[in-house]
Design a protein around this ligand. Structure first.
Ligand code: ATP
Ligand code: MG
Length: 458
């Protein structure tokens, strides 16, 4: 029914500034189309102003038509035109004949035929093109029909498409997740058969697609497709190992299902990619730490620390930025730290110091997702009580720089600059964390001498 509706509205509302941009091409005898995501999403009723353009003009000809053109992806025939404060990414129609490595086309041949250009694209729903003057839509592979059916279908022979570029295996999962679509049966079957070829794809490209899957509204849709095609076992075997670990959590009978729920909770709350990555990897330490206590109850002692180490290894393997690796590692290591009102002020301050004030939100977001996925609801009481204590104490001295004395002061008082002086300062700090009223210069110098004399007494 939907497909019939789509077929009757084959016009794309081209914004005026794009029409003006396209006129330059027309005046020079070339055509310009919006292709891919923007057209697809328009027919789904979703805004997408991330335009990809294609044209029969060769990159050199585009360069000659405009004053400011940057050769952003010239190897693939892509240039970026800067015009009246906007930037337009334009790719010349091309055919890519052979992909002997399953990653890069062996050669890019520029062509002048739109149909041929559309036929080398991945999925029918991504091969919709709208001409930029009239808005007429070209739909040579019944992409509109598949949009109506909610299917992601490879163009032509799916095995060939995946063999050409194995990243398309992950793109299949990404578009299903983004649009809440199903993979078309033969496309899915081909993805299963060719799953091992994902090993040919660079870790950077895999990470990029994985991030895009995590940033969709319900990432578990895409993650399940990765799992069911066998791709997840190759890309993230640490996660598939969690399938075997049975446990009783709300709506999840094993650790991987719980993980999916946790990632979905992060997405439902609009949390950052870092938190979503942490949600994805937070329990990967469970399979290797699983043990049974004397009552036969399953425990995962130390899975936080083990998981943090493993998550950092995974993200290093995926060539992720150091910042993300550190952040994810930190919050996973701390995800089992739960506040109780009997924490002393010193314990609260040591926690703030250990995690870093700037990282607390990230940690609490992960814990919130874990709680939602474990019990169905976040523990708001614990959070509020903890935040209250943190706010009360966060301005109290906690770091060496907050001490009322410096190394210089201790040197003047007769303590030689040495490793021992560093240890004395450390002890003063711990004292001040527990007893903040002692943080005055005179008291600290006196106490420093006591500590120093104790340490150096034979
Ligand atoms: P999004 O809205 O998420 O950006 P998109 O469809 O625009 O979705 P892009 O990755 O920006 O996706 O790619 C733009 C278009 O280029 C796609 O719609 C598709 O036609 C084509 N394309 C991109 N990557 C590939 C690929 N690996 N194989 C084949 N075609 C591709
Ligand atoms: Mg796009």
């Amino acid at each position: 029914m939907f497909s019939a509706i789509f077929k009757t509205m084959k016009r794309y509302p081209v914004p005026d500034e794009i029409k003006a941009f396209a006129k330059v091409f027309a005046e020079n005898g070339y055509s310009l189309y919006i292709v891919g995501g923007a057209v697809r999403d328009h027919f789904l009723g979703t805004a997408n102003s991330d335009y990809d353009f294609c044209t029969d003009a060769q990159p050199q000809q585009v360069v000659e038509m405009f004053r400011k053109v940057i050769p952003t992806g010239i190897k693939h025939g892509t240039v970026t035109v800067l015009l009246r404060g906007a930037s337009y990414e334009v790719t010349t129609f091309r055919s890519e004949s052979d992909y002997s490595d399953g990653r890069h086309p062996d050669n890019v041949t520029y062509i002048t035929n739109l149909h041929e250009d559309l036929s080398r694209r991945d999925f029918t729903i991504n091969a919709l093109a709208a001409d930029c003057i009239q808005g007429n839509v070209t739909d040579d592979f019944d992409g509109l029909g598949d949009l109506g059916k909610g299917l992601v279908r490879a163009i032509g022979n799916p095995r060939e498409r995946f063999k050409e570029d194995a990243l398309r295996l992950m793109r299949l999962a990404r578009f299903c997740s983004k649009l809440d679509f199903k993979p078309e049966a033969e496309t899915f079957q081909a993805a299963k058969e060719l799953a091992p070829t994902i090993a040919n794809v660079s870790q950077e490209r895999i990470y990029d697609e994985l991030s895009k899957i995590l940033m969709t509204k319900v990432p578990s849709v895409g993650l399940s497709i990765l799992e069911n095609t066998g791709i997840l076992a190759i890309v993230l075997p640490e996660l598939t190992a969690c399938r075997a670990i049975k446990q009783n959590k709300v709506g999840a009978c094993d650790v991987l299902e719980h993980t999916y729920n946790c990632v979905d909770a992060a997405a439902a709350n609009g949390y950052s990619l870092t938190v979503r990555l942490a949600a994805l990897l937070h329990d990967i330490g469970k399979p290797s730490t699983m043990a049974f206590n004397q009552y036969g109850i399953m425990r995962f002692h130390g899975h936080d620390v083990q998981g943090s180490k493993m998550a950092k290894d995974v993200l290093r393997r995926l060539k992720c930025s150091n910042r993300t690796i550190d952040d994810v590692g930190l919050v996973i290591a701390e995800h089992m730290t739960h506040y109780t009102p009997n924490w002393t002020d010193g314990a609260v301050k040591r926690f703030i110091r250990r995690v870093g004030r700037q990282n607390l939100d990230m940690l609490f977001e992960l814990q919130r997702c874990d709680q939602i996925a474990s019990t169905g609801a976040p523990n708001a009481e614990e959070y509020e009580a903890f935040m209250k204590r943190i706010t009360e104490l966060e301005n109290q001295p906690m770091n060496l720089k907050d001490l009322a004395v410096t190394g210089e002061d201790l040197a003047k008082a007769g303590i030689p600059k040495s490793k021992t002086m560093g240890e004395v300062l450390g002890k003063l700090l711990e004292m001040v964390v527990d007893y903040p009223t002692l943080n005055d210069k005179e008291t600290l110098i006196k106490q420093a001498l006591v500590i120093y004399n104790q340490m150096t007494a034979v």
